[in-house]
Design a protein around this ligand. Sequence first.
Ligand code: EPU
Length: 338
Amino acid sequence: MKTYENHSLLPYNTFGIDVDASYLVEYDSEEELVQLLQLDLLKENKFLHIGGGSNLLFIGNYQGVILHSHIMGIEVKNVTDSDVFVKVGSGVVWDDFVAYCVAKNYGGVENLSLIPGEVGATPVQNIGAYGVEVKDVIYKVECIDVATGEKRIFTNPECKFAYRDSIFKRELKGKYIVTAVWFKLNRSPRLHVNYGSLAEEIKKYPEPTIHEVRQAVVAIRQRKLPEPKVLGNAGSFFLNPVVDQNHFAKLQQQYPDMPFYDLHDGTFKIPAGWLIEQCGWKGKSVGKVAVHGSQALVLINKGGANGLDIINLSDSIRQSVREKFEIELTPEVNLIFG
Ligand code: EPU
């Protein structure tokens, strides 16, 4: 276990925001985490657990303890005729795990290639891309109860997964820390390549396998999404909003070319990137921050921006979208106020 005082969080958030935490603690095992939770340091201070820092926006210095898992390891636990069950430590870099699965021909996560972040955070926000969500392959989630230090296992249904959502973001927010995730992967992979841009990209490969799906997804992401090491960002800044049938009908009449996903429950999801682009924000800069030129859903730190610069841009975008479409955009990124 390593503890640092007044430590810069610059390497711990992909937005590249330079704030300090009063303390930063990195632990290497479940046992260390349990010991850590008993320390006065955590009893006397507020704390926040982070993963790869790819979905966070720090608004100011963090006056508390930042926890970070270094629990590593990818272990095959069970193999059946059709499936393989793999246990993965919360500190493993997500895309390293995807690369491992693709190399072994274990299907299920290839569409989620190149998503930044670490394995422990994936069930919390149910990461998703190109028609697949991590909930489709999660078997169970191992956690530690923050209050008691006891271990608890959540089966997939107990996680109450939904679009970018789970029980860990709602009723159990802050109550459990994920230490490992078990995945159920397919030994005879079935491809999921119907999603618009992936369906197009995959045509380059006459007989695609999961290797090619990974290559195609990587190519699309590299084209559309900025590399956080070069331009600070946290992926999609907003959730894609959902509107009801009446609102949808009105919008469609006015904007017949508007893209949408029919959720088949009387509601429709509209790509926030499209709404933002229609408001003229795509590629626009405001001081040290900007809206990405290839994907309007991504806000970027051009260098030296602080959290408030990003929030101000986000507020202006939300106002435009509210005025033009009567839609309220909700940030997907977690805003952390000191
Ligand atoms: N669009 C525009 N202008 C833009 C961006 C998008 O018009 O600037 C329209 C296009 O019509 C496009 C449609 O929106 O066809 C959808 O765009 P895209 O395929 O890029 O997906 P998205 O809905 O904008 C979501 C996820 C991404 C994920 C992609 C691919 C959310 C909030 N975002 O974006 O996730 O990679 O689908 O599956 O659901 C993330 O969560 O950080 C993230 C990048």
